[in-house]
Design a protein. Sequence first.
Length: 254
Amino acid sequence: MPLYTTNAIVIRCYPYGESDKIVTFLTKDFGKIKAIAKGARRSRRRFQNALDLFSHIRLIFFDREGMGLVRADNCDLLHSFPRIREDLKKILYGNYYLELVNEMAGEREANSEAFDLLLFFLSALEEMEPQEEHLRMFEIRMLSLFGYQPNVKRCNLCKRDWRELRETPSLFFSLERGASVCESCSSALNSVIPFSLGTARLIERISQMDLEKIRRFKFTAQALSESREVLTKFITYHLGKELKSLKALGTIKT
Ligand SMILES: [Zn+2]
């Protein structure tokens, strides 16, 4: 049976039968894969705590079929993110990162940049106080990596570029189009959300920004509330459901 090795992050894990676990990984080289870890509930020695949520591991697995479940053979724990696990607010942030990735990533579709981005944001969460800007920046960058980057440079219908206008335009974000539209075009569409030119520019800027700059980047209060509205509604619209971890985040003051 072919044996593979890759770096991986545990994004879901649940017990299976009396002694096994089913684990979903986001891997560096193979995208999202689901694995059965035989005996993981019985033998602590073999997998230690490498199969807990958030764990960054070196995974060795067998894959006979090239489809369906793989068999986890061995895991070396690289980093367990202990400071996320001991802080409720960080756990809620982290759970949202994991759930969003799990929903957006297709099985066995390699996307090494998505892996790097998840690892980057988990590391930031480990090292810094949680800040709401990080949720929004994570959303913008993940949407881009999976091909759903919000298109906010111009009106998606009449194509007017926001930079060509003299006065500040009234903008709307169309959930259906994943793009901005001008006021007069917005009347032809359902599901539009008003937002400002400043927030449109911010979303555009974040999608290009160097990751190291992102860590300490701050939004204005207006940009925070508008980007929360636009991005979370767009994601809910796109996935066809509201994420549980997003609801849980709503119960705390972010
Ligand atoms: Zn227009």
